[in-house]
Design a protein around this ligand. Structure first.
Ligand SMILES: [Zn+2]
Length: 394
């Protein structure tokens, strides 16, 4: 019997096991920095699946290990979710984890605890059949992704000292193979004016007027940003504007706006900042790339710049080709190769550290952050087979 058939058969055999594991995780709310319970559960599942080693690192990431080979592959999925939103928009209990009509229902099923759960089943399969090649496989349940994508992998690379040869990002791809997405950054621009009595505005310098002029230029900047055939266009928008003045009968002496900048291929931090600097040159203004810092559920305070670099892996790269072969061998047809609309841990894994990434995950990305989120059990089965076989032929 072919290895691919053997693995797919086992994944099918473990269908109920996989669905039930996901259901169990969904029943515990797991917001960013509040992943403790789900992390402990996932760790227990990996131990019961006979992983060689399972640990929780200082940031709270769950890291299960199988094998001790030269080539290192990590299967990554974040175990935090966004909040439930308006409960009236849900037709079922978002924390119920109901298994019905071929789906596992609830918050996180698609985005994206289904990924690491399929990773656990893949590990169980690999332990059962034995590793056939010289690899080490990590299954990672990472934390804080919804709050700051990529931060967890900064910790894994820099503190856990794990630098894989390949990472499979298991965010929802609808079982397509994804090989990149646009980057992003968060920029703040502050304008400093001079207040004067509102009855004599000519004595002051209005920070709101300064900001408004800059705002209109930013709107124009958005129009002329670069486009990439695969990733699409870079974009910039003002997402918030605040101002202050000593009184409502005074010239505003301060104004600040927040920019959401999406970066396409070829656009980086330096370029994006310089474009804004150019717009505000001559104004008394300050352009800043924001920083993220939060306390993980473990109590560790950790952070990084809010710069999430663009990443794209060429289709002929081994990590993508291995994925295409995996898909064909298992499912007998060619996969769709595409990209994510949103951002993932790939921003640091590949964008910062240059580790090759392939995206493949159960669930549909339109379900992410939406009410009535659910994941097809068929996807969970196929993803677990994909991960196990991918590692076996890497
Ligand atoms: Zn996600």
């Amino acid at each position: 019997m072919e290895l691919s058939d053997r693995i797919f058969d086992l994944a099918k055999k473990y269908e109920d096991y996989t669905a039930r594991n996901l259901s169990k995780l969904i029943q515990h709310k797991s917001l960013s920095m509040g992943e403790k319970e789900v992390a402990a559960l996932l760790k227990k599942m990996m131990e019961e699946a006979n992983f060689d080693e399972v640990k929780i690192d200082g940031l709270g990431n769950v890291i299960g290990k199988i094998g001790n080979g030269k080539k290192v592959i990590a299967i990554d999925g974040h175990i935090d979710t966004v909040d439930l939103g308006n409960l009236e928009d849900w037709t079922f209990d978002p924390l119920g984890g109901e298994i019905k009509d071929g789906f596992v229902h609830g918050r996180g099923s698609a985005d994206q605890t289904g990924g690491p759960i399929a990773g656990v089943t893949a590990g169980k399969i690999l332990k059962e059949i034995g590793l056939t090649n010289d690899v080490t496989v990590y299954v990672v349940g990472s934390v804080m992704e919804e709050d700051c994508d990529g931060l967890c992998w900064k910790y894994i690379v820099e503190e856990d000292k794990i630098k894989p040869d390949c990472v499979i990002v298991t965010e929802p791809t609808n079982l397509n193979i994804y090989r990149g997405h646009r980057g992003r950054m968060e920029i703040e621009v502050s304008f400093f004016g001079l207040s004067a009595h509102g009855s004599a505005p000519e004595r002051g310098k209005n920070a709101i007027y300064m900001a408004s002029k800059a705002a209109l230029e930013i709107e124009k900047l958005n129009e002329r940003l670069a486009t990439d055939e695969f990733l699409g266009k870079g974009s910039v928008t003002i997402s918030e504007i605040v101002s202050s003045s000593p009184s409502q009968c005074a010239v505003a002496d301060f104004c600040k706006f927040h920019l959401d900048r999406r970066l396409t291929k070829g656009e980086d931090k330096e370029l994006a900042l310089s474009q804004i600097e150019e717009i505000v040159s001559g104004m008394n203004a300050k352009v800043e790339l924001l920083n993220y810092k939060e306390t993980a559920y473990t109590g560790l305070e950790y952070g990084m710049e809010k710069y999430f670099p663009t990443w794209v892996i060429e289709e002929d790269n081994h990590v993508i080709q291995n994925g295409i072969k995996t898909y064909k061998d298992l499912f007998g047809k060619s996969p769709v190769v595409d990209k994510w609309t949103f951002s993932t841990n790939g921003v640091t894994i590949n964008g910062v550290y240059g580790i090759p990434v392939i995206g493949f995950g159960p669930g549909n990305e339109v379900m992410a952050h939406a009410p009535n989120e659910k994941a097809p059990i068929e996807h969970l089965v196929k993803a677990s087979a994909f991960y196990a076989y991918y590692c076996s032929i890497f």
